[in-house]
Every structure is written in structure tokens, then in C-alpha cells.
Design a protein around this ligand. Sequence first.
Ligand code: KIV
Length: 285
Amino acid sequence: MSITPIGGRPQDELGRKITTASLREQKFRHEPISCLTAYDYASARLVDESGIDMVLVGDSLAQTMLGYENTLSITMDELLADMPYGSYQVDANEAIRNAARFVKEGGAEVVKIEGGEKRADLIRRIIDAEIPVAGHIGLTPQSVNVMGGYKVQGKNLSGIEQLMRDAVALDRAGVACLYLEGIPREVAAMITAEVSAPTIGIGAGPECDGQVLVFHDLVNLTFGPPAKFVRRYGDATALITHAVQAYRADVKSHQYPSDVESYHLPKETKAGLDTVLERKRAMRR
Ligand code: KIV
């Protein structure tokens, strides 16, 4: 489970706060919903102030920020606002307690749970506890070991049928929105037409009600070949590497820091210090 804080500052074009209700209105108006992940103050501020509708504090931070191989090893304490693998699969009461912790301690307005129809009852119970839930179906990274790798889901008829069942079950359970990850465009389009919850796609084609990308993919900070669906809109690797190399070169060549980047003594203190030093030198002679 991860957290989708829909709120805080995100506002629509008329300056109104984005809510789970306004997301449904956006679906109804066919107005695309933009969503990006962010995991710290600086990136969340930049994403928010760029006018993105929803910020997803995704458990993808396990890989993008902490360098783990997958999202399974991240814990509640490391995540702050993202409910990780193991925090909701074992016991429904514990799941509700953990979800409430994210609302209280992380300021989250929606929590996200991976998995389809088998999670519908749990999702209902969390919603009953007054916590909106985002669903997440298709290629669910927390199931990487069961899926046998990060594989596109719903590529055959039985897979499509399962995804449709998952989507409908979660829609009926009352999810605030439904993340569709790694599924064929045609299937995502069918789900989007079928469910009343807004669908947010990642590797699920353009017919979804909205799109989400991982911030580090968007700005090229992921150190590997991007997935097919990733479009890079900037090159933070080049920008940061250039800045770090230039800094290093300046340090090595005594170009940094300069006199204007240094603090100076007040004139009187400097004069006093010069006098003391001069006296010491004279005594040594
Ligand atoms: O953790 C995450 O970033 C996600 C999105 C990719 C949907 O779950």
C-alpha cells in the first residue's frame, strides 16, 4: 500500500482544492488528471507548484531514493506516508491502524493499496474508517515474485477477464481512483469506460482518465534503460553531474571559494588582530 496525498495545496484551474470528488468531476468532464510521484520536500514542492493535480508518495521511493532492488523491503518507518508490502496483507485491523497512521502522521488524504478483487473487502473496511483508498491493479510491483518479474498483465483473454473483475470489484468497493499499471492500452480503455472511479495510468495507454509517472523517470535520475512508457522531460543526471564536476574542479584548482564567498572580520577586529600578530612576530625576532 502506498499513499496518495491528494490535497494539501494541489488546486484546479479555478484555484479550488483537488479532492476525491473533484477527480470524479474531471473524469466526467474528460479533463485529463496529471499525477507524479514525489518523495521529499524539494521534489513535492516543485511538482505541486508546477500545477500537477495529484502527488503520489509512492513506494517506488524504495528504488528511486534508497537504491533497493524492488519495493518489497521498504518499511512503514522509512516510508512515512507510504504503506509498504507487509503493512496490510496480514491483518485487516493492522492495515486500518497503519492507514490511519499515514493520515495522522503523514498528512495523507488517500492511501493506495495494490491488488484486485482479493483486496475489495479490506478496501471497504479502510473506507469505513473514513480513509479514502486508491486501488492499483495490473503490474503491481509488490507482487513481483508472484508475477515472476515486471511483466505486462492482461495480455490474454483470461488475464483480461481477471483485470476487468479486479477493476469492477474495486470500483464497487468505492475506491477514490484506480491506478492501472503495465496493461495493454485496449484493456485500460475498456476498464476506464466501465468504472466510475477515475483511472490513472502508468504504461496503460492514453485512454486512462489521467497519467502518472515516477518523478525520477521524468527527469532521468534512474540510472538504467527506461521502460517503454517513460518519456523523459529533462536530464537531471546531466545537470547534476555537470554541477558536481564543475564544483570539484573549482575546489581542486583553488577557484572555490572566492573572496566574495568568504566571511570577513569587521575592520576594527582585523586591525586589532594585525597589531597582535605584528607584536608576536616582533617578539620572535
Ligand atoms: O509507487 C509508485 O510510484 C506507484 C506508481 C508507479 C503508480 O505505485
